[in-house]
Design a protein around this ligand. Structure first.
Ligand SMILES: Nc1ncnc2c1ncn2[C@@H]1O[C@H](COP(=O)(O)OP(=O)(O)OP(=O)(O)O)[C@@H](O)[C@H]1O
Length: 872
């Protein structure tokens, strides 16, 4: 029967799992993984405390810096020059604002009406009295969004207004005297009118101060003067009874102005606020790569945990840590009385820190998909942190200037720099911090901090297209999404520790999304193998009458070399075999023989180039999730978290493997007893020896009545007593399932295996039980000889071949020689041989042999002779 037909026959057996069950399973996995993450975080509390308290640490440093005399001297804004603050709100039509005093002069009011009417667009005139509106009137409420002329009673009131609304008033006029002959009779009561003066006296105040580097400073004195002179002319021509034109005396006066102040937060805020999230970023990279390096992730997936939920659980864990760190940052900043935090809308700060941390986390996920070791993770994390710190310091000190240069210049370099910087979360973070700082630094005088609505205002000079603060937050959000997508993509495409990877175009394959089944490719013909038993096993695996629990058909795996196809590695070549329930298959082979690749394929970690394996009716290529439900694994590397106890491991895997809640405790206790760990079951794994950890791994592999168990060197590192105990346990559990055991201990395979397959260069070299293999590949007896020195080897070989002409050299390593000779060697030859070897070794001085022994052929001998043969 063709392989396709046989496979399709098997597929008929597949269970159709309902969507509801699938969702429930995914949620169960998420719950288990979240539990694990929380427990690990709680148990490794020192690192968790360091991670969560890092924002406190860095903000406290900033607080100490801010208290240093050098910085505090600089924190109070000084009235540096007496000018009218520059209006920065042109976009809201406020830049036509003039602040004019005194408001009790009817002539001044008339003049202002002329200016207001002749202005294009016309201005409105507002009366502002500190007594009625309070010291800090809301500009929007008082005068609407349009600009206008603000009449104030006195210069002092003008000062108050300017203090309340820095940078919205373009200039001011303080009238001092008005010539008597300039007024109409109705204005004789004007307090500014002087009888003996024909000079128009006023003080012109223009705002030439720049709130920050982002603002282009414009001197409006000329336009104000011209507007006023024009108004005087119009007024005079229309209404004056006198023909004399008054002379005008303009002076410049002083006005309070907010010079942007530098303080610890404006100077170093970008740097110190950035450090807390970055420490968490390094921790995250470490945690993810730790699970990768220790193959915990792979192990969990082999045991059936959902790969998707693995990432979702990390996402939620990061989300929780992010929310905690963000709130700690804001609370510490507020407790430190930094206006950056006190005056800014909570949600603005929340989103700023949350989105920055989120984007860094996603970048961490992305970078982690390229690296395999914690060393690399820490190295790269620290490098990013240091380079980022330098950037933050530069932005802290020169941020506004940099933004101005970047956005005012339209050179190709500026454009390129903008594009590059836009992909860097630190850049958006420092831009937003600088924006918030530019408002927060005047908070103590204005009482107005960074509001939610300020996210969308243009803090820069009109015409300079510097992005609004909201753009920085959007960018952080978009970067988070882009990094997540790239992390997901590269996680699939970059080969992991197990060497598995998806093709670069995997996302366009319908089979990736579960819409269709993967197309299984088969080699057209079943090849002929040298060994008849292997041929039989292969033919049976492809036969119609095969109903074994595990049926492997034509499994092949080629690791392609992208640059040179001659260097392609054919790790597994047409492996076909079947394993019945209740059988322990010893799967042996030298290093590089193809065992791990085969196990990787059977556990769904590696996609075969050709062929498939059907495990209890489920294809490993197309239905691996069902295979994993019934499969348990004891990988070479323990899937154990040092922070969890053995009990917690058993509980986790019992629930994962679907042990009903009522039977779970019994299953856990059973597992603990089976590997004799009762007294230490509640101790953390970090306190266990290597052998004890192996015992936990073996017990995990037995939990939940699996139908197939993969044991990869299960007894490595165990003492002989524990090893024998585990062997008994394995003998017990194999009764109800299939066990596939890979080991380098031939004694272990000999004792446990019902059937042994030895792989050599990717090919099944032999297949049979231990006795069959010994008879077939062994030489009856084997002599092991330890020579004194390597130079003695030729002499010893010569001696053995002379004494036992039918003997064969089985292996030769350092000073150990292994010969085999047939069981039917004539007795007299044997007697002579023993005599001569005894004589040689009697003389310790001259003998080239240090030690020798004779035994029946061992599996080791079989293994060594099989490794030498060519098999295809
Ligand atoms: N990701 C990979 N890319 C390229 N070649 C690989 C990859 N993984 C394994 N190989 C090659 O495939 C062959 C089989 O390797 P495999 O790991 O399956 O051997 P093994 O029998 O498990 O060896 P060991 O006993 O050392 O674990 C080896 O030649 C190995 O170098």
């Amino acid at each position: 029967m063709s392989t396709e037909r046989l496979l399709s026959k098997h597929y008929e057996k597949e269970d159709v799992i309902g969507v509801k069950e699938k969702i429930q399973r995914e949620f169960l996995h998420l719950k288990l993984l979240m539990k694990k993450n929380v427990k690990v975080s709680v148990r490794s509390w020192v690192s968790s405390v360091i991670e969560l308290s890092s924002p406190i640490f860095f903000i406290l440093i900033l607080l100490i810096i801010s208290k240093s005399p050098a910085i505090t001297n600089n924190t109070t804004p000084v009235i540096q020059s007496i000018n009218i603050p520059q209006c920065i709100a042109n976009a809201e039509d406020r830049c036509f604002n003039l602040i004019v005093s005194p408001s009790n002069s009817p002539t001044v009011l008339d003049l202002m009406k002329v200016i207001a009417e002749s202005n294009d667009p016309p201005l409105q005139i507002y009366q502002y009295s500190p007594e009625t509106t309070g010291i800090l009137p809301d500009l929007n409420m008082t005068m609407g969004l349009k600009g206008g002329i603000i009449m104030v009673p006195s210069t002092a009131a003008a000062f108050d207004f300017v203090k309340a609304h820095p940078n919205v008033t373009m200039g001011g006029i303080e009238f001092k005297t008005i010539p008597r002959n300039f007024t109409t009779y109705t204005h004789k009561q004007d307090p500014l009118v002087t009888t003996d003066n024909i000079v128009f006296n006023y003080n012109l105040l223009t705002n030439t101060s720049c709130p920050n580097f982002m603002i282009k400073c414009v001197d409006n004195s000329m336009s104000i003067t011209m507007a006023l002179q024009n108004a005087i002319n119009i007024y005079q021509s229309k209404r004056l009874v006198l023909s004399n034109t008054p002379s005008i005396n303009v002076t410049t006066g002083t006005f309070p102005v907010y010079q942007p102040t530098s303080n610890a937060v404006t100077t170093y805020g970008c740097l110190f606020f950035y450090c807390g999230p970055m420490i968490s970023f390094i921790f995250l990279m470490y945690k993810i790569t730790y699970e990768k390096e220790k193959k915990l992730k792979t192990g969990m997936i082999m045991m059936g945990l959902s790969g998707k939920m693995y990432w979702v659980s990390w996402f939620f864990t990061c989300f929780i840590i992010n929310v905690i760190i963000t709130n700690i940052t804001i609370a510490t900043g507020a407790a430190s009385k930094f206006e950056f935090f006190l005056s800014t809308n909570f949600f603005v700060n929340f989103f700023l820190f949350f989105l920055f941390t989120l984007s860094m986390y996603q970048l961490g996920f992305l970078i982690s998909s390229f690296i395999q070791t914690t060393k690399a993770a820490i190295g790269i994390g620290m490098t990013i942190f240091i380079v980022g710190s330098i950037l933050q310091l530069i932005f802290s000190l020169l941020g506004p200037l940099i933004f101005q240069i970047l956005y005012e210049t339209d050179s190709k370099y500026a454009r390129a720099a903008r594009i590059i910087l836009s992909a860097i979360p630190m850049y958006h973070f420092s831009k937003a911090v600088t924006d918030i700082n530019s408002i927060a630094q005047t908070y103590q005088f204005t009482g107005v901090g960074f509001k939610w609505s300020d996210l969308t205002i243009n803090l820069a000079t009109p015409g300079v297209d510097i992005p609004q603060t909201a753009a920085s937050l959007y960018s952080l959000f978009i970067l988070s999404i882009v990094f997540s997508i790239l992390a997901w993509y590269f996680e699939q495409v970059i080969p992991g520790n197990d060497g598995s990877s998806a093709p670069p175009y995997f996302f366009i394959l319908p089979s990736y999304w579960g819409v269709t089944k993967k197309k299984i490719k088969h080699l057209p013909n079943i090849p002929q193998f040298q060994d008849p038993d292997v041929n039989n096993a292969v033919n049976y695996a492809h036969s119609d009458s095969n109903h074994s629990s595990v049926v492997i058909q034509g499994l092949s795996k080629t690791y392609k070399n992208l640059f040179n196809s001659k260097k392609d590695v054919h790790a597994v070549k047409f492996l076909s075999l079947s394993v019945e329930k209740g059988t322990l298959l010893g799967f042996l082979g030298a290093n590089g023989a193809g065992k791990s690749t085969t196990i990787g394929i059977l556990t769904g970690l590696i996609e075969p180039t050709y062929g498939d394996a059907i495990i209890h009716g489920h294809s490993v290529v197309n239905n691996i999730s069902e295979v994993r439900k019934i499969t348990n694994v004891c990988p070479q590397h323990d899937i154990l978290w040092p922070e969890l106890t053995a009990y917690e491991h058993f509980a986790l895997f019992a629930e994962l493997k679907g042990v009903p809640a009522k039977q779970r405790e019994a299953a856990i206790q059973n597992a603990i007893k089976s590997v004799k760990l009762t007294s230490v079951a509640h101790n953390q794994i970090s306190t266990y020896s290597g052998g004890m950890k192996r015992r936990v791994s073996v017990a995990i592999a037995c939990i939940g009545s699996p139908k197939i168990i993969f044991l990869d060197e299960p007894t490595t590192g165990m003492d002989s007593q524990s090893r024998r105990h585990i062997w008994n346990l394995i003998k017990e559990i194999k009764k109800n399932c299939v066990v596939i055991l890979t080991t380098h201990l031939m004694e272990e395979a000999d004792i446990l295996a019902d059937r042994i397959v030895i792989m050599a260069n990717g090919v099944m070299a032999c297949n049979g039980n231990s006795l069959q293999l010994k008879n077939k590949f062994g030489e009856g007896y084997s002599i092991s000889i330890v020579v004194k020195r390597p130079e003695c080897i030729p002499e010893v070989k010569d001696m053995i071949f002379r004494a036992l002409p039918a003997s064969k050299l089985l292996s030769e390593s350092a000073d150990l020689l292994n010969f085999g000779f047939p069981i039917n060697t004539p007795q007299d030859i044997l007697v002579n041989f023993f005599k001569s070897i005894e004589e040689i070794t009697l003389n310790q001085q001259t003998s080239p042999i240090r030690d020798w022994s004779v035994s029946h052929t061992t599996l080791e001998d079989v293994f060594l002779s099989v490794a030498k043969l060519k098999h295809l």
